[in-house]
Design a protein around this ligand. Structure first.
Ligand code: SAM
Ligand code: SF4
Length: 333
């Protein structure tokens, strides 16, 4: 500990920064975006690569050791490898920043190697179904083959662990959960099932419709012997070995078993707003500070204020819960 860490009122030390590089996307997953998309953030409002690097350096000086690039779809950035290269050259408390990416995988077949060479630590790829017709309905784009090629390319880089994220949904893919685990096992990947959260732009989420972590475990247990792994730390996923390992599967039960008490994450949106939680109602405008010529100390104070204001939990179960104004695609999942 250097004494400069971002510690909040509940003693949580923040080490993980999620950076959304764009709110744009080439898919339209129903649980994330409406068919017509959302009003995109105007380009002049998006952070430049230089601005992202400057902010990441300030965060690194405050104890951030890990950066996850997300969006929208981060592969839409033509200079993504340059962003990865520059971020992974920033020194954090434990050495260079560890940089990973969450992506829908489209286009990764031609770019995975370049990203690995630029210093990327690992890939998280989203895949909710193995059936082309379902994929087309769910994402409103007929591109399952592109994603599968992307997964193969990520596997070929040898970066581990390769993670695959699946949002489990009733009547959509809940009959495919074991198939997805087998697919992940064949690709040497760790599958992580995510409970659907109230973050869709269309505000259609309903708790009653949600496949819960318990539902997921019950479905998997019918076919596999699962054994819970210890030492979860700040990992949002509870991991289980599958049939004695080495394959593991994760369950991210953000709604039914929140892990807010060990959360170590803060989020920077593509337009430079700092959010202390996925579900935060407020944001801190770091872009305005950057563009007004503020020194690092002023940016640091704004980051500390935001972390200090972080609530104990996301409050999805509170009667007064309000979904954030930004959809997931504009926050960065
Ligand atoms: N486009 C990239 C992708 O899909 O991986 C990165 C951004 S996406 C917002 C990040 C992750 O959030 C994906 O794994 C996606 O499935 C998940 N996600 C999006 N909307 C969600 C929701 N309402 N509930 C739970 N997870 C969601
Ligand atoms: Fe795009 Fe990812 Fe949202 Fe799907 S979940 S629409 S791939 S940002």
């Amino acid at each position: 500990m250097t004494g400069r860490e971002l510690v909040d009122r509940f003693g949580r030390v923040h080490r993980d920064l999620r950076i959304s590089l764009t709110d744009r996307c080439n898919l339209r997953c129903t649980y994330c975006m409406p068919a017509e998309g959302v009003p995109w953030i105007p380009r002049p409002e998006l952070l430049t690569t230089d601005e992202i690097i400057r902010l990441a350096s300030v965060f690194a000086s405050l104890g951030i050791v890990e950066v996850r690039l997300t969006g929208g779809e981060p592969l839409l950035l033509p200079d993504l490898a340059d962003v990865v290269h520059r971020l992974s050259a920033i020194e954090g408390a434990d050495g260079p920043l560890r940089v990973s990416i969450t992506t829908n995988g489209i286009g990764l077949d031609t770019r995975a190697r370049e990203l690995a060479d630029a210093g990327l630590e690992r890939f998280n790829i989203s895949l909710d179904t193995l059936r082309a017709d379902r994929f087309a309905t769910l994402t409103r784009r007929d591109r399952l083959d592109d994603v599968l090629r992307g997964i193969a390319a990520a596997q070929a880089t040898g970066l581990t662990p390769l993670k695959i994220n699946t949002v489990a949904m009733h009547g959509v893919n809940d009959d495919e959960l074991t198939d997805l685990v087998r697919f992940a096992r064949e690709h040497g990947a760790q599958l992580r099932f995510i409970e659907q959260m109230p973050l869709d732009a269309g505000h259609t989420w309903s708790r009653a419709q949600m496949v819960t972590g318990d539902d997921i475990l019950a479905a998997l247990s019918a076919e596999f012997a699962l054994s819970a792994c210890d030492d979860r730390g700040s990992n949002p996923a509870q991991l289980y070995t599958v049939d004695g390992g080495p394959t593991t599967v994760g369950v991210i039960a953000s709604v039914t078993a929140p892990f807010c008490g060990s959360c170590d994450r803060v989020r920077l949106t593509a337009d430079g707003q700092l959010r202390n939680c996925l579900f935060a109602r407020g944001e801190s405008d770091l872009r305005a500070l950057l563009r007004s010529g503020a020194p690092d100390e002023r940016i640091e104070s704004a980051i500390r204020e935001s972390v200090t204001a972080k609530l104990a939990g996301h409050g999805i179960d509170d009667p007064g819960f309000l979904q954030p104004d930004r959809p997931m695609s504009a926050i960065g999942g």
